[in-house]
Design a binder for this molecule. Structure first.
Ligand SMILES: O=C(O)C1=C[C@@H](OP(=O)(O)O)[C@@H](O)[C@H](O)C1
Ligand SMILES: C=C(OP(=O)(O)O)C(=O)O
Length: 429
């Protein structure tokens, strides 16, 4: 018997910077006093929305000299209102920026698109009220979030983080500007690796943050210090090219993503390994190679890395046995109800699937031609584009350009690597 060898020449993917690192770096640089250079930032709808929102709050951000480096000059203080801040579709802007603003002075309103308004915000509004902001009653659970503030005292909070980890990350990153230590007892945390990323970046910027037992986190006042950084490629985005390698039998390498990554979503490659792909995670690069038909017959909890569950679920029909993804109830609260949207689109392709409150089981099948309903969700568009590689010419997207939220060049890059991926009508934007 011969041992399977990965193809000698792996394709090298060009994956843009991490959204989550870029937006944390923008905020922590604004909290710091002085100038930070953010190299290789993601330039996409979500990070441009975050950058513009920071500018509305009076923080200076410039491209220096171009978008290969963003320079942020923080004042070491919270902002001064009044300000109306537009967060567009960006959950990170809507959840990270209000705590920062609340450490300043004056009146602030945070609002966004209809899609953002449909996403829950109440745990954050309640936490800000508890810390001393005068939060105006909101008609709905989501934005707009409207409050007056004279700065935050800090203190003790109990935070339900079962719907999102972003409220916690936002509160922690603003805490170096509070008047006294902030202690948070975190309950039912989802997306844990994003908290780890927040803590790692806060330490990079010199914040005094400690983790105690039983989910207790304490941040002491004292501000942050400017700290240049290079943004890693986005691991959630990389999931599409890794999955594409697995379904086409080719090999793809993503340089810049390896064992030292602070992004939990790189663990998606373990799901591909279970499905039979060959995976190599090196110190500075990761390679995935397809080895033949996908293997199914497994059940996987993706609650920590739920941005990648659609990538697996969309290709799961190609496996030789059912695949169950669980732990993803909070994925119903994102750009779309992602569990329902994946199930709806798989069924449109003639695939059988069963949905539970926090899980999805996908059965093997051959996808038939279908028009994919993206629900303005970049990840639905990107995940089903990968399925499309296995059945060329049969799947179309009703909104191919929604990928701009995190990867405006997605279609061009997937087409460069896998020419069978069609460019959207009129070409990529
Ligand atoms: O903190 C972050 O940068 C993010 C946290 C996750 O959200 P939840 O904590 O809401 O699951 C993730 O889905 C989102 O894309 C980015
Ligand atoms: C959930 C996402 O985005 P956000 O919550 O930052 O809007 C995402 O990018 O998949």
């Amino acid at each position: 018997m011969t041992t399977w060898q990965p193809p000698v020449t792996a394709l090298t993917a060009r994956i843009p910077g991490s959204k989550s690192i870029t937006n944390r770096a923008l905020l922590l640089a604004a909290v710091a006093r002085g100038t930070t250079g953010i190299r290789a930032p993601l330039v996409s709808d979500d990070t441009l929305a975050f950058r513009t929102a920071l500018t509305t709050l009076g923080v200076t951000v410039r491209s220096a000299p171009d978008d290969r480096c963003w320079e942020v000059t923080g004042t070491g203080r919270g902002p001064t209102g009044p300000a109306r801040v537009w967060c567009a579709d960006a959950g990170t802007a809507a959840r990270f920026l209000p705590p920062f603003a609340a450490t300043g002075q004056g009146e602030f309103v945070f609002d966004g698109s209809a899609q953002l308004r449909a996403r829950p915000q109440r745990p954050l509004a309640e936490a800000l009220a508890r810390l001393g902001a005068a939060v105006r009653p909101a008609p709905e659970d989501g934005p707009p979030l409207h409050f007056d503030t004279t700065g935050l005292d800090g203190g003790r909070l109990v935070l339900d983080s079962s719907m999102s980890s972003q409220y916690l990350s936002g509160l922690l990153m603003a805490a170096p500007l509070m008047r006294a230590p902030l202690t948070v007892d975190v309950h039912h945390l989802v997306s844990r690796p994003y908290l780890d990323m927040t803590l790692a970046l806060m330490r990079h910027f010199g914040a005094d943050v400690t983790e105690g037992p039983h989910g207790r986190i304490t941040v002491r006042p004292g501000g942050c210090a400017p700290a240049d950084l290079v943004v890693e490629p986005d691991a959630s985005t990389a999931s599409y090219v890794f999955a594409a390698a697995a379904v086409t039998g080719r090999a793809v390498t993503v340089p810049g993503l390896g064992t030292r990554s602070v992004q939990g979503d790189l663990r998606f490659v373990e799901a591909l390994r279970r499905a039979g792909a060959h995976v190599e995670v090196g110190e500075t690069a990761t390679t995935v190679a397809g080895t033949g038909p996908l293997r199914g017959g497994f059940d996987i909890d993706m609650g920590d890395i739920s941005d990648t569950f659609m990538t697996l679920a969309a290709i799961a029909p190609l496996a030789d046995a059912p695949v169950t993804v669980r732990g993803v109830a909070h994925a119903r609260l994102k750009e779309s109800d992602r569990v329902a949207a994946v199930a709806e689109n798989l069924r449109a392709c003639g695939i059988t699937c069963e949905e539970g409150p926090d899980r999805l089981t996908v059965h093997p099948g051959t996808p038939r031609p279908a028009r994919i309903a993206c629900h303005r969700d970049h990840r639905i568009a990107m995940a089903f584009s990968v399925l499309g590689l296995a059945v060329p010419g049969t799947l179309t997207l009703d909104d191919p350009h929604c990928v701009a939220k995190t990867f405006p060049g997605f279609h061009a890059e997937l087409h460069r690597l896998f020419p069978e991926h069609p460019l959207p009508p009129g070409g990529p934007r």
